[in-house]
Ligand binder design. Structure first.
Ligand SMILES: Nc1nc2c(c(=O)[nH]1)N[C@H]1C(S)=C(S)[C@@H](COP(=O)(O)OP(=O)(O)OC[C@H]3O[C@@H](n4cnc5c(=O)[nH]c(N)nc54)[C@H](O)[C@@H]3O)O[C@H]1N2
Ligand SMILES: Nc1nc2c(c(=O)[nH]1)N[C@H]1C(S)=C(S)[C@@H](COP(=O)(O)OP(=O)(O)OC[C@H]3O[C@@H](n4cnc5c(=O)[nH]c(N)nc54)[C@H](O)[C@@H]3O)O[C@H]1N2
Ligand code: SF4
Ligand SMILES: [Mo]
Length: 712
């Protein structure tokens, strides 16, 4: 039996895997895990199915005359070297897209950075710009660091206001907290209150005390009105933040146009309810406002993300127990590193075609196709995807597919031959989650309790580890070729990391790869742990509840919280314009499903058995008005494209809104995934309009897309 941390989502559950040789006999929640206490979800339970999936790639593939053939690693690297070398003189012509699992994988998390830095392209894209980038933007300006993201202290709070998140299905995001059902129940059991703002009556909404079915994309209006009420009714109380906050008067002035009466008709939430929400938030003995995908992948992603924390500050709940707090991770956290840091600034460079800003080192993926398709100097000619499936996960995938066909070279690091990698010239697979060690460097920086957990590989790998692959690719892009001495290169990487932290690299003995880097990072971290400490605690190390970290954590140039940073409030006039214009008639939003993981776990039989339905949900009133019938098909059209989807009539969703889950649309020619093809579903991003972005961060609008719907 092996114990491991599940790498599939942000909850970091501990799992117990029973093995017979290389066969997986069973997966259970690890009851002794210090954080998850035995919790697991259907996805974690299917890690065995993932490991054993016959369609998962076990060898590199190279496309010759339009057909993929299995080749040796040497042959694959030689091909990559030959194809990339001519482009290295102009590095911006090589783009990178890093997908979501690259963050959940220690090898790609630590060595991806080294490779990307060596490549040195400004055309770096990731799933963040279809996800949380607005939160990095707002946190960067509020607190000085894009990764200083406060998380709700769910285990101690008396009042949780959840905006645009469905943690009972997603298992939490920008909030690492296994077993959210248990944690929300505990809030209510201790007399606290849970309120959900969501256009759908989700599982989370049903488990809450209150649900308000807001109109998509209008959260910034609602939150502004809450702020307004706090000022009007003298409910602002900074508590111990007094003296740490700049910009209070500016924020008050900005609320002028956003009164509860003004925003009520647009948001769909009555004025009296808005006032009550504000009063209850202020009156609670502790409270946290928490926002997720519904607040970030929408027209006002950054303003909404900012207002979430403005509310936490104004009610005195930021950085206090039961409020929104800053985790202190054991390793790799920029905001706990000693020394002065440069304050965050976005827009250090801009995209060539649409002039969109760089944020946190990347450009918005909404413009990747433009950069490939638009002729001129600096046109992107090659793309490297690392654990990403942009052909299903990014807006206007029809246009992106066309763009990929125009590339000189596409390299995919991926474990499947899927909607994106089918366009590749070379695919390099990596080991399964059971065949690699794990530690959640990124997610412990967002955990609701400070914990650290190291997982050794449960099984030896049949494939090279992805950190070795990334170092060989680094050899290629630095002109040394793929046959570099990987061990020597890795030692150099470790020596540099040690030096930056004033450590002697020899203290970690003969470790190598991610284990060595992590050992050094733990030693340099605030708890001065070692990897041996974590090895001695297979169920994890509990470092206790979150502690106040202000003002020490702040890295703004003033050393204070910048509540009204110029770069953020610059977008307020656009919001005022939205208020004047009023709502769109019918808009599309997404929805996550318990047994689905974005676009890539649909080839596992236990996960597709009947549970996920790729339907378009529509309210009965809209169905009647539009002539839609439950079980029949509808055509959905937007500026970007159109699709056909089965209709599901339900009053779970509010009028004026339809919902289709993302990540489906399998079975395309050239892909390999028999089970997924049999449960294909439709690709909702065919109608996601790539021209609709959050103005500040360039993040795509994936919730609140204006659409027309007609019966087929
Ligand atoms: N309409 C709409 N679109 C959305 C969203 C939405 O809510 N609505 N959500 C967005 C969000 S939040 C996200 S995070 C993105 C996700 O967008 P992406 O990251 O682009 O997509 P994923 O579906 O996570 O695809 C992950 C890819 O990694 C591969 N993979 C899995 N494990 C490994 C591994 O260990 N090594 C390697 N090399 N590859 C691996 C899989 O086979 C798959 O091809 O989608 C976004 N798109
Ligand atoms: N089972 C499962 N779990 C997952 C994933 C998965 O695909 N499947 N994906 C993982 C990833 S990559 C991420 S980023 C997280 C996301 O984690 P969450 O954000 O918790 O996930 P969602 O279920 O997309 O919740 C977003 C909610 O916002 C609502 N919403 C849409 N538009 C608006 C709006 O304009 N305003 C408001 N207030 N609400 C709106 C939607 O109805 C939905 O209920 O989940 C992770 N966990
Ligand atoms: S909730 Fe997330 S971490 Fe936990 S078992 Fe499920 S997929 Fe894995
Ligand atoms: Mo995500």
């Amino acid at each position: 039996m092996s114990v491991l941390t599940c790498p599939l989502c942000e909850a970091t559950c501990g799992l117990e895997i029973t093995l017979d040789g290389r066969r997986v006999l069973g997966v259970r929640g690890d009851a002794d895990d210090v954080f998850s206490h035995g919790f697991l979800c259907p996805k974690g339970a299917s890690l065995g199915a993932l490991h054993e999936d016959p369609d998962r790639l076990r060898a590199p593939l190279v496309k010759r005359d339009g057909e993929f053939t299995e080749v040796s690693w040497e042959e694959a690297f030689a091909e990559i070297d030959a194809r990339l070398r001519p482009l290295l003189a102009e590095r911006d012509t090589i783009a990178v897209y890093a997908g979501n699992p690259s963050v959940h994988n220690l090898a790609t998390a630590l060595y991806g950075r080294i490779f990307f830095k060596a490549l040195g392209t400004r055309n770096f894209y990731s799933a963040s710009s279809v996800d949380q980038l607005p939160k990095h933007f707002s946190s960067g300006y509020l607190f000085g660091d894009a990764f200083s993201i406060p998380v709700p202290d769910v285990d101690r709070t008396a009042h949780l206001l959840i905006v645009g998140a469905n943690p009972l299905v997603s298992n939490g995001s920008l909030m690492t907290a296994p077993d959210m059902r248990g944690r929300l129940r505990a809030i209510r059991q201790r007399g606290g209150k849970v309120v959900v703002i969501d256009p759908r009556r989700t599982r989370t909404a049903r488990a809450a005390d209150e649900h308000h079915a807001i109109r998509p994309g209008t959260d910034a209006l609602l939150l502004f009105a809450l702020v307004r009420v706090l000022f009007e009714e003298d409910l602002v109380s900074l508590g111990r933040l007094d003296g740490m906050v700049n910009g209070l008067a500016e924020v008050e002035a900005l609320t002028a146009g956003f009164t509860p009466e003004a925003v009520a008709p647009v948001t769909g939430i009555p004025e009296g309810e808005i006032r009550r929400l504000a009063r209850e938030l202020a009156a609670a003995s502790s409270a946290a406002v928490y926002g997720r995908i519904g607040t970030t992948t929408q027209a006002f992603g950054t303003l909404t993300s900012w207002l979430v924390d403005v509310l936490n500050v104004l009610t005195g709940n930021l950085d206090r127990p039961g409020g929104a707090m800053f985790p202190l991770a054991a390793a790799g956290q920029a905001n706990s590193a000693p020394g002065k840091r440069r304050p965050f600034a976005a827009g250090r460079w801009r995209s060539r075609v649409r002039d969109l800003p760089e944020v946190f080192g990347e450009l918005p993926v909404a413009t990747l196709a433009d950069e490939i398709l638009t002729p001129g100097e600096g046109r992107v000619r090659a793309l490297i995807t690392v654990s990403g499936n942009p052909c299903l996960s990014t807006p206007n995938t029809g246009r992106l597919e066309e763009a990929l066909s125009q590339l000189d070279f596409l390299l995919s690091l991926d474990i499947y031959l899927n909607e994106t990698s089918r366009h590749a010239d070379v695919i390099l697979p990596g080991p399964s989650p059971l065949e690699r060690p794990h530690y959640d460097v990124a997610l412990y920086q967002l955990a609701v309790r400070n914990v650290a957990n190291w997982t050794p590989a449960a099984l030896p790998s049949e494939l090279p580890q992805e950190w070795e692959t990334l170092l060989r690719l680094t050899g290629i892009v630095t002109g040394q070729g793929p046959d570099i001495d990987v061990a020597a290169f890795d030692a150099l990487v470790a020596a540099q990391l040690a030096q930056r932290n004033g450590l002697d690299p020899a203290i970690v003995g003969d470790r190598r790869g991610p284990a060595r880097l992590l050992d050094l990072m733990l030693r340099a971290g605030p708890y001065e742990l070692t990897l041996a400490d974590l090895e001695a605690a297979p169920h994890g190390v509990d470092l206790g509840p979150l502690q106040p970290r202000l003002p020490g954590l702040l890295s703004t140039s003033s050393g204070r919280i910048e509540l009204a940073a110029e770069a953020v409030v610059a977008d307020v006039p656009r919001l005022a314009e939205q208020l004047r214009r009023g709502p769109d008639e019918l808009v599309l939003i997404g929805r996550r499903q318990l047994s689905s993981n974005n676009s890539w776990m649909h080839n596992l039989p236990p996960l597709v058995r009947g549970q996920n339905r790729c339907t378009m949900q529509v309210h009965p009133d809209d169905a009647r008005r539009l002539g839609l019938v439950d079980g029949q098909r509808a055509t959905v059209r937007s500026k970007a494209g159109e699709l056909e989807v089965p209709v599901e009539v339900t009053d779970e969703i509010r009028p004026g809104v339809v919902s289709i889950p993302h990540g489906w649309g399998h079975g395309l020619p050239g892909t390999k995934g028999e089970v997924a093809a049999a449960h294909a579903g439709v690709n909702s991003n065919l109608v996601a309009d790539e021209t609709l972005v959050d103005a500040l961060s360039g993040t795509s609008v994936l919730n609140g897309i204006p659409v027309e719907v007609t019966p087929v």
